[in-house]
Design a protein around this ligand. Structure first.
Ligand SMILES: *[C@@H]1O[C@H](CO)[C@@H](O)[C@H](O)[C@H]1NC(C)=O
Ligand SMILES: *[C@@H]1O[C@H](CO)[C@@H](O)[C@H](O)[C@H]1NC(C)=O
Ligand SMILES: *[C@@H]1O[C@H](CO)[C@@H](O)[C@H](O)[C@H]1NC(C)=O
Ligand SMILES: *[C@@H]1O[C@H](CO)[C@@H](O)[C@H](O)[C@H]1NC(C)=O
Ligand SMILES: *[C@@H]1O[C@H](CO)[C@@H](O)[C@H](O)[C@H]1NC(C)=O
Length: 494
């Protein structure tokens, strides 16, 4: 594999990087195969001029030396024109689209027509082709992504998709995630679409309060309203945000009706439902469209769920809670130095959302273990101690095979579960992490009793590492939500 460059050749011949020994040099391809330590020991050294190479390439573009094609970038619907002196070899190297255009041209000028937003970043796009680097801001991501897609510069396109997926939480005056979602839908970028949907769903409370909320399309609104994994304060908060959206966007009657029918009225306490029914201009206007749902919600509030289940199908979305952060449904849990030792907490939730149960509370005990081992992985003589030496933990304690366990939370009722009359409780742990300096919901784990059921609880959190993005001031930020689910009642009836 080693291709000799010949003694004394300038380092820039290869990718700007050469590994040199006495008398000869080999290309980076084989240099990469050598372990760095081994390489240095035997008198090998790295001469690395990649930075200088990038500067030379940039100068080549700026000064246009040896240019064999002139790109004339015309802004569509405008007189604006930009001319860039370029090199066919470099353009063709990255882009088969450029290669074809350059082959079929019959003059020294290539005319390119671009919309204004793309024309504005065109020079930076070409600079990327020369230098292989690009700094990007939130508002330039889409125009650059459009150019990368149009000219089929796949590496750049993927880099920009990744950039967008990682910058959902960044600050921008009017918000950018909704715009990215709509763009992802147009282009069929499913990974980007899903990232946007997940961000919007899991940080819905902040989205509802932002200017961005008004800008979401009918389709996005309806797909959000259908989700059970929305993280928000309460269903009432969602209803009020929907009122705002409808007032601002004045959608057609059909959209307004579908949206109003996606509100889970059973999750709104009856006192608040009465008020909405009498005072919300929107509900008054669409009374006909939702009155069956309101009626069902009031029935739900008036009796015990198991009684209702004798007569009605309770397995429908109106009775299915979302991830509500209000205190009736769960509690935040901030665990300082989570890897240190096991922690426990307890909190209360309401027995159920039905008005019939409004006075009843359930006390829950939660236990967090940072390094829990399943029973079948423990040895009779202490964890793994027979197989490997005990490891001394950072805290000074000797913990046998500690590194092999993984985090676990179990949530159990403090009182006998016989009192719950067939209602099963789904537990959800919402995990926040830091992204661009902000708290974002990164994971939502659903389980019945133990996070073992999910299999991947905090699998990528790497809590041992001080710099883990899951540690905010060395604490793990969790929120536990407990959701009564009535499916079991449906089965019991059959
Ligand atoms: C060469 O240097 C640049 C920056 O100076 C660095 O990013 C790159 O990783 C280096 N290449 C190698 C092969 O060490
Ligand atoms: C481009 O040409 C000018 C003179 O025409 C020269 O001074 C400059 O060094 C050249 N630049 C490169 C990158 O070769
Ligand atoms: C090539 O030349 C022909 C006529 O000479 C002209 O009609 C055509 O537009 C030119 N094509 C390009 C790509 O400039
Ligand atoms: C995301 O949602 C969580 C929980 O609602 C909130 O604490 C956090 O501030 C939100 N982050 C952003 C960037 O909106
Ligand atoms: C409840 O409804 C969902 C979807 O509507 C369905 O997937 C699920 O099987 C139903 N569960 C029961 C217990 O009927």
């Amino acid at each position: 594999m080693a291709s000799a460059c010949g003694g004394g050749m300038p380092a820039q011949v290869c990718a700007g990087v050469l590994l040199v020994t006495l008398g000869f040099c080999i290309s980076t391809a084989s240099a990469a195969a050598l372990k760095p330590e081994a390489a240095l020991e035997n008198g090998w050294a790295m001469i690395n001029h990649s930075m200088a190479l990038v500067q030379r390439m940039e100068a080549l573009l700026v000064q246009g030396n040896g240019s064999d094609v002139s790109l004339r970038v015309q802004t569509i619907n405008s007189d604006e024109v930009k001319v860039i002196q370029a090199h066919t070899l470099i353009l063709s190297l990255h882009s088969e689209v450029f290669e074809e255009l350059l082959q079929s041209r019959n003059a020294s000028t290539l005319i390119l027509k671009e919309p204004a937003e793309c024309a504005a970043v065109f020079e930076r796009f070409i600079r990327y082709l020369y230098c292989g680097e690009l700094s990007v801001s939130l508002d330039q991501a889409i125009p650059l992504h459009k150019l990368a897609s149009k000219y089929r510069v796949w590496a750049l396109q993927q880099g920009l998709s990744l950039y967008m997926r990682q910058h959902m939480a960044s600050d921008s005056p009017g918000g950018h995630v909704v715009g990215w979602y709509h763009y992802a839908m147009q282009t069929g970028d499913l990974a980007l679409r899903d990232s946007c949907l997940q961000y919007l769903s899991w940080n819905l409370s902040s989205v509802l309060q932002s200017a961005e909320w008004g800008s979401i399309s009918d389709d996005l609104l309806l797909s959000l309203l259908q989700r059970s994994d929305l993280v928000l304060h309460s269903e009432l908060e969602l209803f009020e945000a929907l009122e705002g959206w409808i007032n601002q966007n004045q959608p057609g009657g059909l959209t307004a009706e579908s949206a109003l029918r996606a509100i889970r009225y059973g999750m709104i306490p009856p006192q608040q439902l009465f008020r909405l029914q009498k005072q919300s201009p929107l509900l008054l206007k669409y009374q006909e469209a939702v009155h069956d749902l309101l009626f069902l919600a009031f029935q739900f509030h008036s009796a015990a769920p198991q009684q209702l289940a004798k007569y009605f199908d309770v397995n429908c979305s109106i009775f299915t809670p979302r991830n509500y952060l209000s205190p009736a449904w769960g509690a935040p849990w901030i665990i300082n130095n989570p890897t240190r030792d096991d922690r426990s907490t307890s909190f209360q939730t309401q027995l159920g959302p039905s008005g019939h149960d409004s006075g009843k509370r359930v006390t829950w005990n939660a236990l967090f273990s940072p390094r829990w081992l399943p029973l079948n992985m423990r040895t009779p003589y202490g964890d793994h101690s027979a197989m490997q030496p005990a490891r001394v933990d950072g805290g000074g304690g000797v913990t046998g095979g500690a590194g092999h366990g993984h985090p676990r939370i179990i949530v159990t009722p403090a009182t006998s579960s016989a009192d719950f009359a067939g209602v099963s409780f789904q537990k959800t742990v919402i995990v926040s992490a830091r992204q661009q300096g902000k708290m974002v919901v990164r994971h939502v784990y659903n389980f019945h009793q133990s996070t073992e059921e999910t299999g991947d609880f905090l699998a990528d959190a790497d809590l041992q590492r001080r710099a883990s993005e899951y540690l905010i001031d060395s604490s793990l930020y969790l929120h536990i939500v407990v959701k009564p689910i009535y499916h079991t009642l449906v089965i019991a009836r059959k």
